[in-house]
Ligand binder design. Structure first.
Ligand code: 6PG
Length: 250
């Protein structure tokens, strides 16, 4: 049975997914700037968002970049110049091509010596810029996420203690079973579930089984962490391509 907790759309191909994601992101940006004067966005790594980033780069006027603050939901603990850096990918495919003020670009630091220090520093950055009430998680306008074949999102991997964190906004995260085998720094579930909007970009046949399990069997987060992304006061949307949706029974 399909679980309505996972609103989703199935798109024909990568171009259609990029276009739909572009519509969702630009609408969220307009709404946020109109309501609060700024748009706070967390980018994701992986291959899923690349089409979206290119689409945004082609039309730099589509977002009020001057009032946009760009964060990362997770990062591999490597220098930004490394081929595995999430920020490096976001920079090359998007940020180098749009007029976002340098001071508004807030990547997760990777030169701090330890992942734990990077996590603490980034929690401080989130709190400074997003000014949540004391003890409450920072609220981002839009968090983009991909999902790994094992059901992970951001760098919250199956079976890891990081899934249980409720009192910290970021954490270091040892690698899951998927490459690259490097440490990560990630936001935690409290941040994901405090967001005003969460958009998953999930292309490819490799994700089909996890998508089916999450949508139709509601597995615990220990099995498929992405199942536990359920924004409390926000909207959730999964964009799938046909291969990723191929095992859904309806
Ligand atoms: C990372 C990501 C990670 C990614 C998924 C899906 O650092 O790798 O942030 O959570 O989104 O692994 O990646 P793909 O879109 O490449 O399948």
């Amino acid at each position: 049975m399909l679980n309505n907790n996972y609103p989703h759309e199935v798109l024909d191909d990568a171009a259609a997914m990029a276009e739909r994601a572009f519509e969702v992101l630009t609408a969220a940006a307009r709404e946020a700037v109109a309501a609060r004067g700024k748009f706070t966005l967390a980018l994701t790594g992986g291959s899923g968002p690349k089409g979206l980033y290119q689409r945004l780069a082609q039309e730099p006027g589509s977002v009020d970049w001057a009032n946009t603050y760009v964060f990362l939901g997770d990062e591999r603990f490597v220098p930004y110049e490394d081929k595995d850096s999430n920020f490096g990918m976001c920079k090359k495919s998007l940020l180098d091509h749009v007029p976002v003020p340098a001071d508004n670009v807030l990547p997760i630091p990777t030169d701090t010596g330890t992942m734990e220090k990077a996590a603490t520093d980034y929690a401080a950055t989130l709190t400074r810029v997003l000014t949540p009430a004391a003890g409450q998680p920072p609220v981002l306008d839009l968090i983009l996420l991909g999902m790994g074949d094992d059901g992970h999102c951001a760098s919250l991997f199956p079976g890891k203690p990081t899934l249980e964190i409720t009192d910290a906004w970021t954490t270091g995260s040892t690698p899951g079973t998927l490459p690259p085998p490097v440490g990560r720094v990630t936001v935690t579930f409290p941040v994901l579930n405090a967001a005003r909007n969460v958009l998953f970009l999930v292309p490819g046949e490799g994700k089909a089984k996890a998508v089916r399990d999450i949508f139709e069997r509601s597995p615990p987060k220990e099995v498929h962490p992405s199942a536990a992304v359920q924004p409390m006061d926000g909207t959730l949307l999964w964009l799938l391509d046909k291969p990723a949706a191929s095992l859904l029974t309806r």
